[in-house]
Design a protein around this ligand. Structure first.
Ligand code: FAD
Length: 420
């Protein structure tokens, strides 16, 4: 099998950023990315597309332009791993060999977990900003709705961009508010969880908007099935005493966020933890059992907010640590769990939630992070897309230098030795 110094599974935000960071550090490494899609997406802007505030075409670019120069693109899908032989198995049965491996195939949207959803997605008022194809349909529905009931759903965690389900609600409400129809629209967020947002600091400013828009919050309410023709959604609702009931709610429009898991080929692989994610040390991002394997992005087990913002800080850490391993040293770069969720509470204002492991606040700017700001909207809608394509995907690590441990930690006994 063809062999690479670094083989990367997935050419999304994580795979391409890690490749770019590696190239910056050591241009002579042989690096390949296994990626089946010929398109690369800037998904964070889909929330804005659904709110009529961003051009969808700007969220899609040819994969060939996202993969860093000098990195080989293998247009195929990975199907499995033979880590004891340092091999990746492709869907077509081919095999690739590696000295080090980065596993970054993202997260899988489980549309099929909600009965009847697939059949009606994109019709009958059923939409989701989680798809490139459907984000414009959200905006179409929002503009068309003048009265009735609008439902928004949030599945059990973890999902990518945990704030996105409520961002869709705020931007819709903002439009209805501005056009004077909000008072004739009943708005409800059905949340499988028990809190509006996982980091407490950000709940009060969000609650102000929930109240301003008159939205109802239904907690412990999980979407289970949907009948598009009848315009009915079926929820499993857990009461305080633990009893579970099925509740039917009619809708004029519904914005659905599906449950999400690691991809099947990861869940079934030797790399998976009990929950199916690639089982890495949350600081070094190195696999807990296979010392020459790393993971970042949505597929990794690290308990950060699954965001492109997290990837921005993870990529340099993985690049440093991969090079250490290739040089026969132990990883010294440490990731602090940084992730960010720019909460679009109205068109023109964002609450910029930035936090690390344990909900520790990690603001980039010396401003009260709980205040909705115009500057943060500008960051989200104008600056971040440019930073993504021209800085992060190019391996320029502005404000993303990893923390380095001063000394090498003791090598772990189970470290497998590398090929050469
Ligand atoms: P992805 O970027 O999804 O890339 C995964 C890649 O792996 C894909 O190219 C895929 O084709 C490839 N792949 C899949 N299977 C295989 C296989 N078998 N073999 C090889 N390759 C494979 N983040 C923020 O920072 N801020 C936000 O405001 C924000 N908002 C969001 C709003 C929405 C609606 C959505 C959907 C996402 C949002 N995100 C946001 C999250 C962000 O997009 C992801 O966290 C980020 O893209 C994760 O990068 P990744 O590389 O792990 O996954």
């Amino acid at each position: 099998a063809t062999s690479f110094d670094v083989l990367i599974i997935g050419g999304g935000a994580a795979g391409c950023s890690a490749a770019a960071s590696l190239r910056k550090r050591r241009p002579d490494l042989s690096i390949a990315i296994v990626e089946p899609s010929d398109k690369h997406y800037y998904q964070p802007a889909w929330t804005l597309v659904g709110g009529g505030a961003f051009d969808r075409a700007k969220t899609e670019r040819p994969m060939a332009s996202a993969i860093p120069k000098g990195v080989r693109w293998i247009r195929a899908a990975a199907a499995g791993f033979e880590p004891d032989r340092n091999l990746v198995v492709l869907e077509d049965g081919g095999r690739l060999a590696y000295r080090t491996l980065i596993v970054a195939p993202g997260i899988t949207l489980r549309w099929e977990a909600i009965e009847g959803l697939r059949e009606t997605l994109g019709r009958n008022g059923v939409t989701s900003n989680y798809l490139f194809d459907l984000a414009p349909y959200t905006w179409q529905l929002v503009q068309g709705l003048k009265k009735g009931r609008a439902l928004f759903t949030q599945p059990p965690m973890p999902i990518k961009c945990a704030g996105a389900p409520q961002k869709a609600m705020y931007l819709s409400c903002d439009h209805w508010h501005r056009t004077g129809v909000l008072k004739t629209i009943e708005v409800e967020l059905n949340n499988a969880g028990q809190v509006l947002f996982g980091v407490g600091t950000f709940v009060p400013p969000l609650m102000k908007y929930v109240e301003k828009y008159g939205a109802h919050l239904a907690f412990n309410s999980t979407l289970k099935a949907i009948d598009g023709e009848k315009r009915e959604a079926y929820f499993e609702v857990k009461a305080a005493d633990g009893t579970v009931s099925r509740v039917t709610k009619g809708f004029d429009m519904i914005h659905v966020v599906p449950p999400q898991t690691a991809p099947d080929f990861i869940r079934q692989s030797p790399f998976a933890d009990a929950a199916g994610w690639v089982d890495v040390d949350q600081e070094t991002l190195r696999h807990r059992r296979y010392g020459n394997v790393f993971s970042l992005g949505d597929a990794s087990s690290a308990p950060n907010a699954k965001t492109a913002a997290a990837v921005r800080k993870q990529a340099p850490v993985v690049a440093e640590n991969i090079i250490a391993v290739l040089d026969g040293k132990s990883p010294r770069a440490i990731y602090d769990g940084y992730g960010s969720c720019p909460l679009t509470v109205e068109k023109g204002k964002v609450v910029l939630a930035e936090f690390g492991y344990g909900g520790k606040l990690l603001p980039t700017f010396p401003l009260d992070p709980a205040v909705p700001r115009r500057s943060a909207w500008f960051l989200k809608a104008d600056l971040l897309p440019t930073l993504y394509w021209d800085v992060m995907l190019k391996g320029r690590e502005w404000l993303a230098r990893p923390t380095m441990l001063p000394h090498e930690p003791q090598p772990r006994e189970e470290d497998p030795s590398l090929d050469d």
